[in-house]
Write a protein that binds this ligand. Structure first.
Ligand code: CUA
Length: 403
């Protein structure tokens, strides 16, 4: 990365190298002189002291004044560079970052919300930092910026990215069991890509419910593929019985719309057994009733059908799926996609063979955990598609169902 155009990284690196360089020179110099004198004036060679000097004004002045000057330059250099980290250049784009257990949300001036920080290349970005619950810390190593987010307090950082790319964002303040997973990324886009990203979104193939789940960071605790996380997985749960605790009493109930709504608005009212009460309540100001219904519809498997499955077709192609799966019904290394939405398959689960109907949930699991519910007669060789976004996975599923 071109450090000259990465001003925050440059500022931090300069000071680090300066202080570390001086420390290294002093450490080596003092060690060498010490070892030299220890060897030269060893007792076997000089049993009696060779000098009776009791002091030198000149020497003492030098070794007092010189270190003071060195330390002062370290302070001055550190201070001026630190000021540069706090002064926002003109024309900075302002994005609001909200930390909560355990995800990040980025809000743009036009109200757009994202779970990744999309920014244009070569433009200063001011990130306003907030927390809704506990202390977190916004840390982007590539730009050497790290600052705590404190509930009730606004703070900020800024950076400017010299090259398009994806740069890690971490939470650098221990904030509970999901701390290590509280990661996302800065997506630096070229000017053209950013202009395109700025365009109002076309009505997408992604169901609104999934968009809300993603925006609100739900998926960092709740998986969509049956993997257990900090919270229960959202995989295949509609109509399933769950053991929950209500008023300290354990009861079995069936997951339905009412249950899901309450679980979002007031998560601790009916806690699923085996999980800790740590999910924040989402009130109407955060998820309005319409979006709440969309999420519940999505979770109940009533997601609206895709409007543009062509994105799915393209993803299939880009990701090389068609190398193993045919689209014309011929058998290959893996099952054909032809008519996949109308088929039943025999799979092995927990050592038992069962027959399941291929549906949205099945396909999602097949993409994310391909070797968990393996179709009988095939080898477990497919890699997981978990590097794709939930939207991309959904587009592929919608495409497959129409084959
Ligand atoms: Cu948030 Cu650690």
């Amino acid at each position: 990365m071109n450090q000259l155009n990465n001003p925050t990284a440059q500022a931090v690196d300069n000071v680090l190298i300066y202080i570390f360089g001086f420390s290294l020179i002093l450490l080596l110099g003092i060690t060498v002189v010490t070892v030299y004198f220890v060897v030269k004036y060893r007792r076997s060679k000089y049993p009696e002291p060779t000098s009776q000097v009791h002091g030198s004004w000149l020497l003492e002045t030098i070794w007092t004044v010189l270190p003071i000057l060195i330390v002062l330059t370290m302070f001055w250099y550190g201070w001026t560079n630190y000021v540069g980290l706090r002064e926002i250049p003109e024309g900075a784009l302002e994005v609001k970052a909200t930390a909560r257990m355990w995800s990040w949300q980025f809000e743009y001036p036009d109200g757009r919300k994202e779970s990744k920080l999309y920014v244009p290349v070569n433009q200063p970005i001011k990130v306003l930092l907030f927390s809704t619950d506990v202390l977190h810390s916004f840390f982007v190593p590539a730009f050497r910026i790290k600052r705590d987010t404190v509930p009730g307090m606004e703070s900020y950082v800024w950076f400017q990215a010299p090259e398009p790319g994806s740069y890690d964002i971490f939470c650098a303040e221990y904030c509970g069991v999901g701390h290590a997973d509280m990661t996302t990324s800065v997506e630096v886009l070229s000017e053209a890509d950013y202009a395109q990203w700025l365009q109002p979104l076309e009505p997408s193939a992604t169901p609104r419910g999934l968009v809300v789940l993603d925006e609100q960071g739900c998926l960092s605790c709740h998986s969509l593929d049956g993997t257990d996380g900090i919270g229960p997985s959202l995989f295949e749960m509609a109509g399933q019985p769950r053991q929950v605790t209500i008023n300290r009493e354990s009861k079995e109930l069936i997951i339905d719309e009412e249950y899901l709504k309450l679980a979002i608005r007031d998560p601790e009212a009916e806690m699923v057994d085996g999980y800790n009460p740590m999910m924040p309540p989402y009130d109407e100001a955060t998820i309005n009733n319409e979006d709440l219904q969309a999420v519940v519809n999505y979770l109940m498997g009533k997601a609206e059908a895709a409007k543009t499955p062509s994105a799915g077709a393209q993803l299939m192609d880009e990701n090389g799926c068609l190398g193993c799966h045919s689209t014309d019904g011929s058998d290959g290394i893996a099952p054909s996609f032809k008519g996949i939405g109308q088929r039943e398959v025999t799979i092995e689960r927990d050592g038992k063979e069962i027959t399941v109907k291929i549906d949205v949930e099945y396909l999602r699991r097949a993409l994310l955990k391909p070797n968990a519910d393996l179709v009988k007669g095939y080898s477990p060789i497919m890699p997981s598609a978990d590097y794709l976004s939930p939207e991309e996975i959904d587009a592929m599923i919608q495409h497959l169902l129409q084959q």
